[in-house]
Ligand binder design. Structure first.
Ligand code: FE
Length: 132
């Protein structure tokens, strides 16, 4: 079963290039170890590439070894929505931007304590606002 396409307002879609649309609107996954934010260690805030909604603090980023930017918690309650995703013959929890509905990645229960969560996010779905 192919996941349903993201319903997203055109004003957000316009900002995205084709690679980003493939992830954010068509629920794609970037190849591991290719994303531009994977090794970023700067302090700041990761925001949704489509709508700018603040999603993750750099303080919650860690190296999961999986090849995708990984975080152990979200920025705040308004950052994301979680949704069951049964595509690709797997049972996963999809992470969706709470503001624009864009697909960001998946959350897995094998993160570091105390949260025990791993928010596995596509770099292409993120912009980074460096702390000044
Ligand atoms: Fe968004």
């Amino acid at each position: 079963m192919k996941p349903k396409k993201t319903e997203m307002p055109d004003k957000f879609k316009k900002k995205l290039n084709d690679e980003q649309k493939n992830i954010i609107c068509d629920h794609g996954t970037e190849s591991p170890f290719t994303g531009k934010w994977l090794y970023n260690k700067d302090k700041g805030v990761y925001v949704c590439a489509a709508c700018g909604n603040p999603l993750f603090s750099s303080d919650a980023k860690y190296d999961s070894g999986t090849g995708w930017p990984s975080f152990f918690k979200v920025m705040n309650k308004k950052s994301v929505k979680l949704k069951e995703d049964n595509s690709m013959f797997m049972k996963r929890i999809e992470i969706i931007c709470n503001k624009c509905g864009g697909h960001l990645g998946h959350v897995f229960p094998d993160g570091p304590m105390p949260s025990g969560e791993r928010y596995c996010i596509n770099s292409l779905a993120l912009d980074f606002k460096k702390k000044k």
